[in-house]
Design a protein around this ligand. Sequence first.
Ligand SMILES: Cc1ncc(COP(=O)(O)O)c(C=O)c1O
Length: 281
Amino acid sequence: MNDDVRVWVDGALVEPAQPAIAALDHGVTVGDGVFETCKVVDGQGFALTRHARRLDRSLAGLGLPAADHAVIAEGIAAVLSGTAIPFGRLRYSVTGGAGPLGSDRSDSSLTYIVTAGPQRLPPAHAKVVVVPWTRNERSATAGLKTTSYAENVVALARAKERGGIEAVLANTRGELCEGTGSNIFVVVDGELLTPPLESGCLAGITRELTLEWCRAEGMTVREEALPLSVLDTADEVFLTSSTKDVLPISAVDDRSIPAPGPVTARAAAVFARMSKERTDP
Ligand SMILES: Cc1ncc(COP(=O)(O)O)c(C=O)c1O
């Protein structure tokens, strides 16, 4: 399944199927770690500086020591060098390192894992499925990109069972929040709206760039708390993520929506143009 994936752990390339992480690594035992997923185009990682900054915020949020970005850069070079992956995913994780069996930590050094591999291009449009579970906007890890993603695994499996590409979650206040690995935008009366970070969503790099670039283009874009029910009436819906860019949504559960609508098409075109011009915006 992962034949094309290159894996580098703590200083060396390793066989993807071979063990390379200690069984007592705190990332393995309790999900005590953080990660980043970046798009790869023609063998080059996209927006690496913004991803590195978000990793730092996630580590600080967990109370883990700061990462050595020279080490991460070495891993990135190792997994991407000579590959020229046309379209793919670069994923790097930094975990708490060797730890006790429970949730308390020992004073160990961080573990660095970097992987890269090709990926199928996103579809032209897709369905999303609203799931009954919530994001907790008051969680200690709200907004942090931690390796504790089991909730997302469950939610995404539910969406896939129902023909969706992604699950959409509300937060505990019943507000629209995000997908398991993407942010969400809606168009209401010609205005582009997306939940604010206080909703508990991740500060997606694609979300951030979409906001910046669409605003620079003169489009009206607002970060606003929205009831989940906005999905029953929104004129357009799209997702943003590193491997999906701007993905038009053609159905929310059983409700069909024209995709891409005009505002989504414009946002997608702006994103495509700007991201082609700059590899590290
Ligand atoms: C929970 C969650 N929300 C949103 C996103 C989108 O973020 P980005 O645009 O940085 O890929 C991700 C990325 O995987 C995510 O895991």
